[in-house]
Design a binder for this molecule. Structure first.
Ligand SMILES: Cc1cc2nc3c(=O)[nH]c(=O)nc-3n(C[C@H](O)[C@H](O)[C@H](O)COP(=O)(O)OP(=O)(O)OC[C@H]3O[C@@H](n4cnc5c(N)ncnc54)[C@H](O)[C@@H]3O)c2cc1C
Length: 331
C-alpha cells in the first residue's frame, strides 16, 4: 500500500484501529514501521510533511557517505528506497497528515491528526525535530524575497546551474550545500564566526573547492526588485559593507524545532528531546516508545544509523508490549 495514495488512506481510515501508530516518517519512523510489519502487527505511520524526513525535506541532493552498503548515495534516493521498502511491507502510511494531539484511553491511545483520528495500543514517536522550521536570518529583504531567491534547502542542484549563489551558515548543512552547489554555480559561503563548524572531511573538501569563503562576515540585507539581486555583507572585523551580486541566497543557520506535541504527551523530556529510559527506547509512559533524533541519552549521535538502530529496538519493544509473547520479559 502506498505513501498517501487514496487506496491506502481509505484502508487506514476504515480500519481506524492499529496495534501501533508510528508518528514521523523519517529514517527512524520508516524503520520502526518496517520492523513492526515483520512482526505482522497492524501499523499506521503518520507523516506531517514528506516521507523520508530530513533526507527528503532538507538535503535530497546531498550525498550520504556513511550509510553502510552504499559508499555514497543521494539522500533523496536513500529516502525513496526506505519508503519503497515500507510499501513492500504493506505499511499503511499517511503523508501530509500531522498528529495534533495524543490522548490516553483506558486501553491504548487516541491519535488525533488533521486527517482523522486513530486508535493504537502502542505508539512509536519518531518525530525528529518535530514539525520544524528553518531558522531565519532576520535581516531586511529576507521575508520579502522568500521563495523569490531566498531558500532554506536545495531540492535540486540543476535549478541553480550557472547562478551566483550565496550560502549563509558555518555548519555541515551550509558547507555541504556550498560544496554541492559549487559543481554547478559560483558559490560564496558566508559565516559570522572565525572558523567553520563542520566535519574535518568537509573542511578538507572545502579547502580544495572553488567555493569563495567569507569568515567573520554577516549578511545585513538582501536586495532585489522582483527577485534577489544581491546581498549586503558586513565585515565584523572592520565594519565595512560590501554588496555581492547574487541570484539565490541559501540560508542554512539551523532549525527551530517544534516540540509542542512532545510536551503535551506527558513523556519525560528536557525541553528539546525525549529522555528514554535506558537502551530499550521506552519512555516513562507505558506503551509509548521513542527513537531517532528526538531522543536524548548519554552519547547520542543524531545520524541516520543510530536513528534506524533505535527504531528497530523500539519496534521490538512495541511488539512485546502489544503481543506479550511468552518468551519476552514483561514490559
Ligand atoms: C543538512 C543535513 C545533512 C545530514 N547529513 C547526514 C549524513 O550525511 N549522514 C547521516 O547519517 N545523517 C545526516 N544527517 C542527520 C540525519 O538526517 C538525521 O539524524 C535523521 O534524519 C534522523 O531521522 P529521524 O527519523 O529521527 O528524524 P527526521 O528525519 O527528522 O524525521 C522525522 C519526521 O517526523 C515528522 N513529524 C514531526 N512531527 C510530526 C507530527 N506532529 N505529526 C506527523 N509527523 C511529524 C517530520 O515531518 C519528519 O519527516 C543530516 C542532517 C541534516 C540537517
Amino acid at each position: 500500500m502506498g505513501m498517501g495514495d487514496d487506496e491506502g488512506d481509505v484502508r487506514a481510515a476504515a480500519a481506524g484501529e492499529f496495534d501501533v501508530v508510528v508518528i514521523g516518517g523519517g529514517p527512524a519512523g520508516l524503520t520502526a514501521g518496517i520492523r513492526c510489519r515483520t512482526h505482522a502487527l497492524t501499523v499506521l505511520l503518520v507523516e506531517g510533511r514528506k516521507l523520508g524526513g530530513q533526507l527528503a525535506q532538507l538535503y535530497p541532493t546531498k550525498y550520504v557517505k556513511d550509510y553502510a552498503s552504499y559508499p555514497e548515495i543521494r539522500a533523496g534516493y536513500l529516502a525513496d528506497l526506505m519508503v519503497h521498502h515500507a510499501r513492500e511491507k504493506d505499511l499503511d502510511m499517511l503523508e501530509d497528515a500531522s498528529v495534533k494531539a495524543v490522548e490516553r484511553l483506558r486501553e491504548g491511545f487516541l491519535i488525533r491528526t488533521d486527517r482523522g483520528d486513530f486508535r493504537a495500543r502502542a505508539i512509536i514517536l519518531a518525530v525528529g525535530m518535530g514539525l520544524f522550521e528553518p531558522s531565519r536570518l532576520g535581516v531586511p529583504g529576507e521575508t520579502e524575497f522568500s521563495g523569490r531567491g531566498v531558500v532554506y534547502a536545495v531540492p535540486n542542484l540543476e535549478i541553480m546551474r550557472g547562478q551566483r549563489v550565496v550560502v549563509v551558515g558555518g555548519g555541515d548543512s551550509a558547507v555541504e550545500n556550498a560544496l554541492g552547489l559549487s559543481q554547478v554555480a559560483h558559490v560564496t559561503l558566508v559565516h559570522r564566526s572565525a572558523a567553520f563548524r563542520a566535519l574535518e572531511s568537509n573542511l578538507e573538501l572545502l579547502e580544495r573547492s572553488l567555493v569563495e569563503r567569507r569568515l567573520e562576515t554577516e549578511v545585513v540585507e538582501i536586495k532585489g526588485d522582483r527577485h534577489v539581486t544581491g546581498v549586503v555583507l558586513k565585515s565584523s572585523k572592520t565594519g565595512s559593507l560590501e554588496t555581492v551580486p547574487a541570484d539565490t541566497v541559501v540560508v542554512n543557520v539551523g532549525f527551530s524545532p517544534d516540540l509542542s506535541l512532545v510536551r503535551t504527551l506527558g513523556v519525560q523530556n528536557d525541553g528539546r528531546h525525549i529522555l528514554t529510559d535506558g537502551p530499550a527506547m521506552h519512555t516513562n509512559v507505558p506503551g509509548i516508545f521513542a527513537c531517532g533524533d528526538i531522543v536524548e541519552y548519554p552519547g547520542k549521535s543524531r545520524q541516520i544509523h543510530p536513528a534506524t538502530g533505535e527504531a528497530f529496538t523500539a519496534a521490538e519493544e512495541a511488539y512485546k508490549f502489544v503481543k506479550k509473547p511468552y518468551w519476552a520479559k514483561s514490559t
